[in-house]
Design a protein around this ligand. Structure first.
Ligand code: ZN
Length: 143
């Protein structure tokens, strides 16, 4: 995956090696399990949402470097954000990894995914799972 650029690749590998916000939240208000059968990535998200704002989020699961890094960066990025803002961000993120470049701060490290269409679902799994959790769905698959 040399087209990712060295710096971006470094960030992805760092998050894969040392994932942030890994674990479970016992008193979570929202939860969902996500599965990407194409690659075998599985993640579970626990959230505490109060007044439509994400107060806390943690993830568990196993997958490839891109899905793990995407989950880790997502948890850092969306904390403190409103759920409607998050739905909009998911659309923007989807555009970033499929068609056009956007100014999405630290999410920009996934821009290179667009050159690897097979990995788009690895990068978006955490987002699909997040939206499912917000919508009160317990399970989601990228297929
Ligand atoms: Zn994957």
């Amino acid at each position: 995956m040399t087209d990712f650029g060295d710096l971006y690749m470094e960030v992805i590998l760092d998050h894969n090696k040392n994932p942030r916000n890994k674990g479970e939240i016992e008193n979570h208000t929202n939860h969902a399990d996500g599965h990407n059968p194409l690659c075998g990535d599985k993640i579970s998200l626990d959230l505490i949402i109060e007044n439509e704002i994400v107060k806390e989020i943690k993830f568990t699961g196993a997958g490839c470097a891109i899905s793990t890094a995407s989950s880790s960066i997502l948890t850092e990025y969306i904390i403190g954000k409103r759920t409607d803002e998050i739905r909009h961000l998911f659309e923007e993120f989807h555009d970033l990894v499929t068609t056009e470049s956007k100014n999405l701060g630290k999410l920009a490290v996934f821009e290179g995914v667009k050159k690897y269409p097979a990995r788009v679902k690895c990068a978006t799994l955490a987002w699909h799972t997040l939206i499912a959790a917000i919508d009160g769905k317990e399970k989601v698959s990228t297929e």
